[in-house]
Design a protein around this ligand. Sequence first.
Ligand code: PBG
Length: 324
Amino acid sequence: MLIRPRRLRKNQKIRDLVRETTLTKNDLIMPIFVDENLKSNERKEIQSMPNQYRFSIEGAVEEAKEIADLGIPAVILFGIPKHKDEVASSAYDKNGVIQKTIKGIKDELGDELLVIADVCLCEYTSHGHCGIVKDGKILNDETLEILSKIALSYAESGADIVAPSDMMDGRVKAIRETLEKHGFDDVAIMSYAAKYASSFYGPFRDAAESAPKFGDRKSYQMDIGNAREAMKEIKLDIEEGADLILVKPALPYLDIIRMARDRFDVPIGGYCVSGEYAMVEAAARNGWLNRESAIFETLLSIKRAGADFIITYWAKEVASWYLY
Ligand code: PBG
C-alpha cells in the first residue's frame, strides 16, 4: 500500500496540524432574552433550555459585560415586552425593552461588543404572528412599515446590526431605505434570508412567549423541503441590501449553508436554534452522549459546511473553553 490516510491521524499533533476547520471565539454570537416583566435582580431559567435564562434589562447589561469579557464579539437581543397588541407597538416604542437594553449595553461597553437586535413582530403581537393579521391572513406590505419602524428605533438606540427574522417579502429593501433616509448608513442588516418553518423553534417560543395563537408560520417561513428556493431568498436579500445573511436552523440545513457558501460572497451565519440546543442537552442529561464533544462537533460541523459565524446558546460556555 502506497497511500495510507491513517498516517495523518497518528497522534493529536498531526491531527491538529491538518485539521481543515477551526472554531474560535470570533465565530460566536450569543443570544440574550430580555424580559420587561422581571425586576432588576431577577432572572428566570427557561424550562426547555436548561442553563439559559431570561434577564431583566439590568441583568442583560451585566450578562453582556460577561460575554464581552469572554472575548465573544457579538450578542443578539430578543425582547419579551409587558404589553402586546395587534400591531406590535411596544417593538418600536422609544422606551421599549430592547431599546433600553441596547442603550444600557452601549453605555457600558461601547465598541467592545457588537449589539445585534432581532427585528420581528411575533414577541410583541397579541396573536403571536410575525406580521399584521387581517381576516386570518398575514399581510405583507403593511408589515414592512412596522418592521422599518422597529429597525429604525433599534438603530436610534445604538444597535450595530439589525436582524429581520420575519420572512416578509421585501423587508430588507424597506429597512435599508428607512435606515439610509435617517442617516444610519453604517448600521448593517443581517437578514434571516433562509429561515425554514421548522419544529426546532419550539423551546424559543417558550422562552420568548411568541408561539402563534392560531395557525402556523408556513405562509411566510420557508418550506422544509426546499433548497433552490433558499438560494432565491438569499439572492433577493443581497440585492435588497443585506450585509450578512443567515440560514436557520443550522444542523438540519447544513446542505443549504454549503450551497449558499458556494454561490454567494457575503458573510454567512448559521443559527443553531433552540431545538438543536435542547436536543443535545436532553440527550446529555440522559447520559446518552458526551455533552462537550457533541457541542463542539455540532458547532464545528456548521463551520465546515461553510458558515463564517454561528448564533448559538452555547457561545458563552464554548468561549470559556477556548483561549484564542
Ligand atoms: C422570531 C424568531 C424566532 C427565532 C428567532 N427569531 C422564532 C420563530 O420564528 O418562531 C427562533 C430561534 C430559536 O429557536 O432559537 N421570529
